[in-house]
Write a protein that binds this ligand. Structure first.
Ligand code: CTP
Ligand code: MN
Ligand code: MN
Ligand code: MN
Length: 371
């Protein structure tokens, strides 16, 4: 029995971008449960429900201590009836029936397995499930047509579903740095995504590339990709060219949340640690490399701060920044620019700190953007 006076009451602001969310999560059981329901909703094309569960999980991630009683949650934002019911079930019974039955359901399991293939989204997976395909074996037997990304995804399925370690991310950083400075001296490479937020593992490794002189970065990606390919570092790559024009297609009239930088979605062939730098005379019994997903993005220096902020994540933190900008400040934020709708002009920024300042937000460093 907890004494009423000893119950810790929590208070958090309602936008995730107003909060400091470290990796030190005191409510893992609860946030795992809500994240699973979010994932299930997203895989079922119910994005609204997905975001609601993600926001609820993010509020719990920001709490300074474990939740032990429902009464502690009074007044907290983003906790809807559904999320509160799940939390209550777990606090009272150690588990939520809804979460457990979702986890066990054939449909959820099939969606997870199929979308675990690089290049397969929820729509494709859903179509396959309706055709009776529930696992990789059935997919291979079905004769379904796979695009190039999906073929590579299937081929490297086990590797790509194994978490990337920080050590592997560091090894890839060295390779990308060598590639970039070889083709354009003075160009800069920054690790973004989860690893920049301090995560020790990730599903891929994300990089942002720029050059301190505006314009020098034009045409950089194909050169980097050619260098990597000729050195045998790429198992797969698909490069998309820059399609951003500030005047015609700026954030004043955003067509989607997708950014338009020159980007390369790739699969690296990374030598295993014990093999790196070693030349063997006999072929070893085990495979000497593994496949790792790597994302490369090139940004002009004038947009670098926005690109860095946009590619550091977390995804929910980004979504909340854009929602804050739009709803609270009448501004449009993208990975390219910040547009002030009241002043009808773009607000320049040379650093992430300046962007937070434009938005009237306290600066949150990457390690505290783990919402
Ligand atoms: N991103 C983006 N456009 C995409 C894909 C990703 O702007 N088409 C951004 C996301 O918003 C996120 C960042 O790139 O801020 C990294 O995305 P991702 O690699 O998917 O997530 P991580 O946070 O790095 O998590 P993980 O460790 O699973 O890779
Ligand atoms: Mn703590
Ligand atoms: Mn990532
Ligand atoms: Mn990524």
């Amino acid at each position: 029995q907890i004494n009423e006076a000893e119950v810790v009451l929590f208070s958090v602001p309602s936008y995730a971008c107003q909060r400091r969310t470290t990796l030190d999560n005191h409510n893992v059981t609860l946030t795992d449960a809500l994240s699973l329901l979010a994932e299930n909703a997203e895989l079922s094309d119910e994005d609204g429900r997905g975001v609601a569960f993600r926001r609820a999980a993010a509020v719990l991630k920001a709490l300074p201590a474990p939740v032990t009683a429902m009464s502690q949650l009074t007044g907290l934002p983003c906790l809807g009836d559904h999320s509160l019911r799940v939390i209550k079930d777990i606090l009272e019974n150690e588990a939520s029936d809804e979460v457990e039955s979702t986890k066990q359901s054939d449909r959820f399991k099939a969606l997870k397995v199929l979308t675990g293939i690089f290049g397969v989204g929820s729509k494709t997976a859903d179509r396959w499930i309706r055709d009776g395909i529930h696992n990789l074996h059935q997919l291979q037997e079905s004769g379904a047509t796979l695009n190039r990304a999906q073929q590579a995804g299937l081929e490297h399925y086990d590797d790509l579903n194994q978490q990337v370690t920080k050590a592997e991310a560091d090894a890839i950083t060295e390779i990308v740095q060598e590639a970039v400075v070889s083709v354009l001296p003075g160009a800069q490479v920054v690790l973004t995504g989860g690893f920049r937020r301090g995560k020790q593992t990730g599903h891929d490794v994300d990089f942002l590339i720029t050059h301190p002189e505006e314009g020098r970065e034009v045409g950089l990606m194909p050169k980097v990709v050619f260098w990597l390919e000729s050195q045998g570092f790429l198992l797969y790559q698909k490069t998309t060219r820059n399609s951003y024009l500030e005047v015609k297609d700026g954030p004043g009239r955003p067509s989607s949340n997708m950014d338009r930088f020159e980007r390369c979605l790739s699969i690296f062939k990374l030598a295993k640690k014990e093999e790196r730098g070693i030349k063997l005379t006999n072929p070893p019994a085990h495979r000497r490399w593994r496949a790792v997903r790597v994302d490369l993005v090139v940004s002009p220096i004038s947009q670098f701060a926005f690109a860095l902020l946009g590619w550091t994540g977390s995804k929910l933190f980004e979504r909340e920044l854009r929602r804050w900008a739009g709803h609270e400040k009448a501004m449009s934020l993208s990975s390219h620019a910040l547009y002030d709708n009241k002043q009808s002009r773009y607000l320049r920024a040379a650093s992430e700190e300046e962007i937070f300042a434009h938005l009237g937000l306290e600066y949150i460093p990457p390690s505290e953007r783990n919402a």
